[in-house]
Ligand binder design. Sequence first.
Ligand code: DAT
Ligand code: MG
Length: 151
Amino acid sequence: EQVDQTYIMVKPDGVQRGLVGEIISRFEKKGFKLTGLKLFQCSKELAEEHYKDLKQKSFFPKLIDYITSGPVVCMAWEGVGVVASARKLIGATDPLQAEPGTIRGDLAVQTGRNVVHGSDSPENGKREIALWFKEGEVCDWTPVQSPWLRE
Ligand code: DAT
Ligand code: MG
């Protein structure tokens, strides 16, 4: 099976609200592999490049202000089906529409403060990890639990 990578980011509200551990835990417990992790204050330029597909949207300036308003936690996660699965764990963009049990469904109330980002395709997963992490910041390793997660 195809192993994919996804870029997950705890947004500034998630960091300020002390939700970093809780959010990392959800992906860890699911059984995906963490390959990159850092606390990071991003520039306006990086935020704009990350969200370039939304440049024409009316909310774009507010989105960039929000994402650059404080440190974020950048993560790279790897696994079979990780992109789609992470989107399910995160829940709908609008936290009021997100199912209970999802990160946004459990921990947030507004689209403009929806605590976490997850890539929407394997291609964007690769693109976003390359954008947010430098060479050498992503680690290849084998968790001891691997044989207990997949037959
Ligand atoms: P997602 O983060 O679920 O992939 P998206 O890629 O469509 O959603 O949008 C990126 C972010 O932009 C989203 O997490 C919050 C913000 N956003 C999206 N739609 C919005 C809207 N209608 N009003 C305000 N902010 C919005
Ligand atoms: Mg998106």
